[in-house]
Design a protein around this ligand. Structure first.
Ligand code: FMN
Ligand code: 173
Length: 394
């Protein structure tokens, strides 16, 4: 038995003394009980998607389109889940995705998430739209691995300042999100006129930034509307193009990952631009309604870029089987979004930890029971299309 699978026996053994898990281990039940706990504004902000929700549904349907074909007697009782991605060692091929404004889910917000991630050794990605500053979250994370996600601001001084703060605070990898330079049409939020950062929530990072503050006549605390509108202007600005990636490279001496890649040609452009990694992602279906499922574009993108960049994946990962499928289709590691946000809503650090341990245990067991000893052993041979005849890969 490996480390993560032990959570299963821990739960059953505790049951003998009447102790049950803090909340459900079922992914659908998790969202449902988060809905009970959170008001409609925060719940739908997390659960909601762009437009009709077609992309969000497609993300899930794409996982259902693949089936794992288990192999027997492969000596998979002992497994090693660890991988190293861009210099970051992780105990399993899983990271926590950048999720903004976490204080709408729990008062400790990103501090709780960073602590839970550090307890398990799982890297987390801090959003530019966090509710706590870069430095506060780094302190909460201690020795835990951390990456910084950049919403690329349309002001070079602010951009450089954010990058240097993140580097100084020990964030090892820069994740530049490309698919959310403005927010999509999101009916659930529009119907409630719910947008936290227009109330100043999720602005801790720019508002604590000396370069951002230097561009204001009055401090954000003294004139919130002006500070917010300046941040919205920078956030939705135009200073971004494939050519401008050079600028980020000049000011960030670690690996750079581009998040939100969905087209094979963009993946090739990322290679040409000299970045170190990509996240194949459609932002959890929150941006382009009717977009292709993230999993459906993964195999072609992985083939196109080969070993030139690390390929990460997110959007729709809910179970251990989903992690197996994404890795088999070419991802080196996956990012988890909404599930850990629901864990945070349930019980802060304890809640994130429970969700993560559950997902990792499920992955560990599914990997082993399907006949694999490590993520590296997964290939497309492990899968076949639902409904396809025979036992061949495709
Ligand atoms: C509430 C919420 C806030 C998010 N905020 C950010 C963000 O600030 N930066 C970012 O790059 N992605 C953000 N994302 C997208 C996630 O990083 C990730 O791509 C997505 O949640 C993955 O899909 P999943 O939720 O289906 O796992 C957010 C997602 C959610 C649900
Ligand atoms: O809601 C999102 O998907 C997101 O990326 C975001 C953007 C700005 C602030 C908070 C979250």
């Amino acid at each position: 038995m490996t480390e993560f699978a032990a959570y299963q026996s821990e739960i059953y053994l505790q049951g003998l003394s009447g102790v049950v898990p803090p909340f459900t281990t079922d992914p659908a039940g998790l969202a449902a009980s988060a809905r009970e706990l959170l008001g409609p504004g925060p719940y739908w902000y997390v659960a909601g998607a762009a437009g009709s929700g077609a992309t969000d549904r497609a993300n899930r349907a794409a996982f259902d389109d693949w089936r794992i074909v288990p192999r027997m007697l492969t000596d998979a009782t002992t497994r090693h889940l660890g991988v190293t991605v861009l210099g970051t060692e992780m105990p399993a091929p899983v990271l926590l995705a950048p999720i903004g404004v976490q204080s709408i889910l729990h008062p400790d917000g990103e501090l709780a998430t960073a602590r839970a991630a550090a307890e398990l050794g799982v890297p987390f990605v801090l959003s530019t739209a966090a509710s706590h500053t870069i430095e506060e979250v780094a302190e909460a994370a201690g020795d835990g691995a951390r990456w910084f996600q950049l919403y690329w601001p349309d002001d070079p001084d602010v951009c450089v300042s954010l990058l240097s703060r993140a580097r100084a605070a020990g964030y090892g990898v820069l994740v530049v999100t490309l698919d959310a330079w403005t927010l999509a049409w999101r009916p659930h939020d529009l119907d409630r006129a719910y947008l936290p950062f227009l109330r100043g929530v999720g602005t801790a990072i720019p508002f604590s930034d000396p370069a951002f503050r230097a561009g204001l006549d009055r401090a954000p605390e003294d004139d919130l509307p002006v500070a917010i509108s300046r941040w919205v202007r920078l956030f939705t600005g135009t200073d971004r193009s494939w050519d401008r990636l050079d600028f980020l490279r000049e000011h960030w001496d670690g690996p750079i990952v581009l998040k939100g890649i969905q087209h094979v040609d963009d993946a090739r452009k990322a290679v040409d631009a000299g970045v170190s990694g990509i996240v194949v992602s459609n932002h959890g279906g929150r941006q382009v309604d009717g977009a292709v499922a993230s999993l459906d574009v993964l195999p072609d993108i992985a083939d196109a870029v080969g070993d030139h960049v690390e390929v990460l994946f997110d959007s729709g990962v809910r179970t251990g089987a989903d992690v197996v499928k994404a890795l088999a289709l070419g991802a080196k590691a996956v990012l988890i979004g909404r599930p850990f946000a629901y864990g945070l809503a349930h019980d802060g650090q304890v809640g994130v930890r429970h969700v993560l341990r559950g997902l990792l245990a499920d992955f560990d067991l599914t990997l082993g029971l399907s006949g694999h000893r490590s993520p590296a052993e997964l290939s497309r041979d492990a899968l076949r299309r639902a409904g396809a005849g025979g036992s061949g890969a495709w």
